[in-house]
Design a protein. Structure first.
Length: 438
């Protein structure tokens, strides 16, 4: 077991690696070399990455891929996607190509309101707290004017502050429930700075409020923090075509395909075990664009899954329906994304990803990202109700298996050709490698 170390963050990068080699890698030079191999030869770039977080000892690569042919609101996009799962980009590209000749994707932002809360304890008369809040509200807003000045110039700011009594759920628990507009920024720092100032002002003003008793004057702030649950920062994307434009095969007519598709989505509406996997597939597309564009995928994940459970049962984020001869497939998802601030101007690949998308504002990025989720879900359901998921998945995974066995370029060419017409399974790939090598 490694010993406790204090002051690790103050060690140089070389000393950190030396410590790790000694205490975790048995002084194995391979481990050290692997870490060093992933350093960037450009010192300036490496320093930039080192400074993103504490204790950076190397870089962790993920593929930076692109999915072309996305027609969104009549404009063509190539989507940047950062993801390790082999089949995701191929699936997105396939769905994009399918829908680009059927009118493409339509997307619209329904609302962009974000939320933050000051959680506090007040012991006393709720009526007097309400009176106090009415009096203090202008003061709360005034106290953040230096923080909101720039945001207001960009069209954002504090929208509303509400006092919410939650004493039925927790003794003496109240909130300032605040809503914000953050223009093109994701806005976490802006919101948290406003909230912390509201909290300070609330405490100071309570002490001066004559109608309060001594106990009532003593408001205790528990915490002040934005919420990643953003049901009012919502985007909708959809595709639609006539039934006869849907795939058909000897097994499944277009109508049968449409009906099976709608039923698959219905299952994900009513069955949480299926819904979680269904939504995971949606997040394959969403997270890949969110990561590539330097946004916070954990916030997006948390918010999306909470939204999926908003009525008390975890359900599909997408919907499908047949009306007369029209098939429509849509998604509604909260996405608090930003195109300024954070990594957007720092990480060279994030800058490039945004450039690839024609430097969208936050609303455009919400639309594009929702489309990526819908496309991914379309591709997954399409496979699930026809060939099954493994065929496409294993085809893409083939290269990973070949790399595990350190296949040479010639072996890869041979085996990729072989598996064009044969089913990929792990054991079959191993058998074919062995056959080739003997
Ligand atoms: C795999 O990463 C995602 C899928 O399981 C999604 C789904 O089942 O809808 C294919």
């Amino acid at each position: 077991m490694a010993p406790v170390i204090s002051g690790f963050s103050k060690l140089s990068k070389a000393d950190k690696i030396k410590w790790l080699a000694e205490h975790h890698f048995n002084n194995d030079s391979d481990a050290t070399n692997t870490l060093i191999t992933y350093w960037n030869s450009d010192d300036r770039l490496q320093r930039l990455h080192d400074e993103f977080t504490e204790n950076t000892i190397s870089n962790y690569y993920l593929p930076f891929s692109v999915a072309p042919n996305f027609l969104i609101n009549d404009k063509r996009y190539t989507l940047p996607m950062t993801i390790e799962e082999s089949s995701v980009v191929a699936a997105a590209s396939k769905a994009a190509k399918f829908w680009q000749s059927r009118g493409g994707f339509k997307a619209e932002v329904l609302s962009t309101t974000k939320v933050g809360q000051v959680h506090f304890t007040f012991t006393g008369d709720p009526e007097r707290l309400r009176d106090f809040f009415i009096q203090v509200k202008p003061e709360l807003l005034k106290s953040v004017s230096s923080i909101t000045k720039n945001m207001e110039k960009r069209g954002g700011g504090v929208k509303e502050i509400e006092l919410r009594e939650r004493t039925k759920d927790l003794d003496h628990y109240y909130q300032l429930h605040c809503t914000f507009g953050t223009a093109d920024a994701m806005g976490a720092n802006f919101i948290n700075s406003c909230l912390e100032q509201f909290a300070k002002t609330l405490v100071i003003e309570a002490k001066k409020f004559d109608s309060f008793s001594e106990t009532e004057k003593d408001i205790e702030i528990i915490m002040s923090i934005l919420s990643n649950y953003v049901p009012q920062c919502l985007v909708r994307a959809s595709v639609s075509c006539t039934i006869k434009e849907l795939p058909n095969s000897t097994q499944l007519s277009s109508l049968q395909y449409a009906e099976k598709f709608v039923r698959a989505v219905r299952i994900a509406q009513i069955e949480p075990y299926r819904a979680v996997t269904h939504n995971k597939g949606i997040m394959n597309g969403i997270d890949a664009v969110v990561l590539a564009t330097g946004n916070d995928f954990r916030a997006i994940e948390a918010g999306a899954h909470a939204y999926a459970a908003k009525d008390g049962t975890y359900r599909s984020l997408t919907h499908a329906e047949i009306k007369e001869d029209q098939f429509t497939f849509s998604i509604e998802i909260p996405l608090a994304l930003g195109t300024v601030g954070g990594l957007t101007s720092l990480h060279p690949l994030v800058k490039l990803a945004l450039q690839l998308l024609d430097n969208p504002n936050a609303k455009k990025l919400m639309e594009i990202t929702a489309v990526a989720g819908l496309a991914q879900n379309f591709a997954a359901i399409n496979s699930l109700i026809t060939t099954g998921i493994q065929q496409g998945h294993m085809k893409m995974h083939l290269m990973n298996i070949l790399n595990q066995f350190e296949a040479t370029t010639i072996e890869k060419e041979h085996l990729v050709a072989y598996f064009k017409t044969n089913t990929v399974t792990h054991s079959e790939v191993v058998a074919q490698i062995e056959k080739l090598r003997s």
